[in-house]
Design a protein around this ligand. Structure first.
Ligand code: SAM
Length: 562
């Protein structure tokens, strides 16, 4: 790893003082923690009693004020785990299907989430994988799975500000963990998970969220979990290649409530006053990644910091247009530089004037080591790796004044994209999802899609006005009146498992499947099968006699051997 850039070190020492500055630089040469965030629609999730107002306190006011207030209430309150839809099969799934509120499990109600408890780990997805791993665990690939499956959560600790986040004691080989490929969790920086905390004062169920700089999708998947089955996340990424990765991650997450667009911020901003939350996770100089990413050190320069700030200001101004009056704005970067953080916000606040207002106060715990501050009406949060457990991160939150703005504006459709599906097709499509009555099925060319009914008109307008590369649930195509499922449907958390037989594979076969290699036919029924490992859906495969046609997408296949 290259040494830290000299001018960066000089700036840090000047900004933070000798002692703090040296401590930060030393931390940036240390070992980064590994953290993941579980998918509440697919993984067992912790539930705690509602503890509003306890266990955390408001941040101090003033530049970089240390967090203040009463201490944390760390140990109590994890009540065990509720099975996600994805874990349900057969009669259990049927029971869920009959319940009016059964769909993608909604996010847990707003509550203070407690720090680690053994009961969470007892029901963690990694442990389930380990229990299901077959006797092949002795070979090298199997051993990787076992390591990824069980070891990470032995001694894993809760990320205290995130409902679904955990620190892992060692870095497993995620590539060889089928639960990773099934979208059971996302490998995400602990600091980035703080946006969950920023939204803690709200109930974002049903919100429309714009994640303007979204790839590879860490925060997108978090927002998708937060808004629930009737909400919508527009995940935009300007870089087409990165947008493909984003789309893959969104499909695996399986919430069915995301549209992935590839547009410039100004094009998205033509959807004026559309969104309850607009998040700008801006491209930045990446100082916060210096510990993990040698490339960030190599590319850093003062000129780049200034260029990033110009770009960040431009993105923020566009983002503002698409926020509803009363809506929440989150600005974040993974850099320490005041030029890219406080100064960008100061300039932005100057341009917005009275339209910008304080958001609801975000409660934090001093034990977390997050440095809280204010820039005008913005409440700010800084993660320094020598103080908070994670990489460098900066976030700020404010709101648009409820009375501000003119009116919502939807740009004219560039083209009509969607067609209707026939009644027979609706019936067949409905067979594949748990709550067909809450979905709208539409056809795009030859492929059928499903959208949350509450958001279907919005998805149509967005898809017809922007360049959308993925949206809702891609269901598949019809052949002779039957649906040939698209790979994405296997990942959908609201898939009705009664639609087809499931082939449960052991660890070694699961990896063969994920590599698109041949798998033995013994565990497959004739025809189309859902391929599972540890009960989690990985994809589809079709058995024809003694042969199994592996339908795992080539673009997702594991290429690594060890
Ligand atoms: N939010 C993402 C997550 O949590 O996984 C990380 C986003 S990353 C920090 C910033 C993203 O902004 C990059 O994917 C980059 O391609 C994109 N970007 C770069 N230039 C941009 C621009 N001018 N407008 C919008 N996005 C841009």
């Amino acid at each position: 790893m290259l040494p830290l850039p000299e001018r960066f070190v000089a700036r840090v020492l000047s900004d933070l003082g000798e002692t703090e500055g040296r401590a930060l630089c030393a931390a940036l040469d240390g070992v980064p923690p590994v953290s993941v965030r579980l998918n509440p629609a697919k993984a067992p999730q912790p539930e705690g009693p509602v503890r509003a107002g306890t266990g955390a306190a408001s941040c101090g006011v003033g530049p970089e004020a240390a967090c203040c207030g009463s201490g944390s209430d760390g140990a109590a309150g994890v009540r065990g785990a509720a099975a996600g839809t994805d874990a349900l099969r057969g009669p259990e799934a049927a029971a869920v299907a009959e319940k009016p509120d059964a769909d993608i499990p909604s996010p847990v109600p707003r509550r203070e989430v407690q720090t680690g408890s053994a009961s969470v780990f007892g029901a963690n997805p990694f442990a389930a994988e380990a229990a299901d791993a077959d006797s092949a665990v002795g070979d090298s690939a199997g051993a990787s799975v076992a390591a990824a499956a069980s070891a990470p959560c032995t001694g894993a600790e809760k990320v205290p500000w995130s409902r679904w986040g955990y620190y892992l004691p060692v870095r497993p080989q995620f590539t060889f963990d089928p639960a990773f490929h099934a979208g059971t969790y996302y490998v995400q920086e602990a600091g980035s998970q703080f946006v969950d905390r920023i939204l803690a004062p709200y109930d974002p169920t049903g919100w429309r969220v714009l994640d303007l700089c979204a790839a590879p999708g860490g925060k997108t998947t978090l927002y998708a979990s937060l808004v629930g089955a009737d909400g919508l996340v527009v995940a935009n990424e300007i870089d087409r290649r990165r947008a493909q990765t984003l789309a893959d991650n969104v499909r695996k997450w399986g919430t069915g409530n995301v549209v992935v667009t590839v547009n410039e911020p100004r094009e998205v901003a033509a959807f004026e006053e559309w969104f309850d939350l607009v998040a700008v996770d801006a491209p930045c100089s990446g100082e916060g990644m210096f510990r993990k990413d040698g490339g960030a050190r190599a590319e850093w320069s003062e000129g780049n910091v200034r260029a990033c700030a110009v770009r960040q200001s431009a993105i923020l101004c566009e983002a503002w247009r698409s926020l509803k009056p009363g809506g929440v704005l989150i600005y974040s970067t993974c850099t320490f530089s005041r030029t890219e953080n406080e100064e960008v916000l100061e300039a932005f606040a100057g341009a917005c004037g009275e339209e910008l207002a304080e958001a609801a106060e975000v409660a934090t715990d001093p034990a977390w080591g997050v440095a809280c501050g204010r820039v005008g009406v913005f409440q700010t949060f800084r993660f320094y790796p020598h103080k908070a457990r994670g990489e460098g991160f900066f976030a700020a939150v404010a709101r648009k004044t409820p009375g501000a703005g003119g009116r919502m504006r939807t740009p004219k459709a560039r083209r009509a994209l969607f067609g209707a599906v026939t009644r027979d097709e609706v019936r067949e499509l409905g067979r594949w999802v748990l709550r067909p009555e809450r979905m709208r099925f539409l056809r795009l060319d030859e492929t059928c899609y499903a959208y949350p009914e509450a958001q279907a008109d919005a998805v149509r307008a967005l898809s017809e006005g922007l360049s959308a590369i993925a949206s809702g649930v891609e269901m598949g195509r019809f052949f002779k009146g039957r649906l040939k499922p698209a790979p994405a449907l296997a990942f959908y958390a609201g898939l009705d498992r009664r639609a087809l037989p499931a082939a449960e594979l052991g660890a070694e076969d699961a990896l063969r499947y994920l590599r698109r290699q041949e798998v033995g036919a013994a565990r497959f029924a004739e025809g189309m099968n859902l391929v599972c490992a540890g009960g989690r859906a990985l994809g589809f495969a079709k058995r024809i006699g003694g042969r199994v046609n592996n339908l795992y997408p080539d673009s997702l296949r594991i290429l690594k051997n060890e």
